[in-house]
Design a protein around this ligand. Sequence first.
Ligand code: ADP
Ligand code: MG
Length: 308
Amino acid sequence: MEDISKTMQEMMSKRHLNRNYRQLMDQAFADLEVTAFIQANQADLAEDVLARSASKIYEFVTERDKVRQGGQTFATGYEPRLIVANHLLDVAYVPTAATMEKQAQQQLQRRVRAIAMPKDIRNAELDNFDNDNDRMEALMAATEFIDNYENSPHHRHQALYLSGSFGVGKTYLLAAVANQLAADGFSSTLVHFPSFAVEMKNAIAKNGVGDKLDAIKKAPILMIDDIGADAMSAWVRDDVLGVILEYRMQEELPTFFSSNFSMAQLENEHLRISTRGDDEPLKAQRLMQRIRFLAREIVMVGVNRRPQ
Ligand code: ADP
Ligand code: MG
């Protein structure tokens, strides 16, 4: 802003530019937007406003025209507005419509915290979820959850455990729910569980387990994606997953799951057998009790939608 005013002053001080200057200013003073603004605010403006605000008027007109022509202004994404300050004209810079749209979009994305999730989950939308008969139940349950949660976010709401084979759209549906909640002002955290487990193991050496675990544990809405996809060590099962689920059950925090396993399979084929090969049915049972408290199982069937 200052630069342009300075340029104006320099121009004015150089006598040989006087004629150019006058031409430029005649155009600026005659600008319809400028005259309308001065007219509308006459009561607040000093009598000699034109002379004293000349550089601001010039700045407004040139910067506005740059924006109109799609050029870069000195503040990208902002456009000039005339305002009244101390009975003179001044130029304020406000975000353009496109900038506001982008900011709103970023705000939305901040409400969806994704840990080791594919990037394309950003584009998942409930409206684009194919509601063929196979998946109708899952879609209905998802929208019902959103309605209930948004009506009373501080009460307990049972979330969903989406089970079904690879590629039926479990992750897509979780992401679409998270995006819808974000659009309505609610934050959620999606975590690809097998990657998170690896991250946690690496965090042991750096003493970072507590913080990482806390962030997940306390997320207002948590979506645990792909549970059961990788073998789980007893430590991950009991000290990571177990701790997260215990806390969320106590605090009644909504927790979704997706898995290639049904609940029964997860219990009997996955959680029961530790990576050391021990059979631990009681531990598996306790974990499953927590999962069942937090979520109800919905079986998704259908074709594999992954690009082959
Ligand atoms: P899953 O988690 O069940 O293995 P995904 O959710 O990853 O399956 O879906 C597999 C692929 O199909 C992804 O690329 C996803 O974006 C796409 N997809 C899934 N469901 C839909 C849908 N209803 N509309 C459009 N694309 C979808
Ligand atoms: Mg998936």
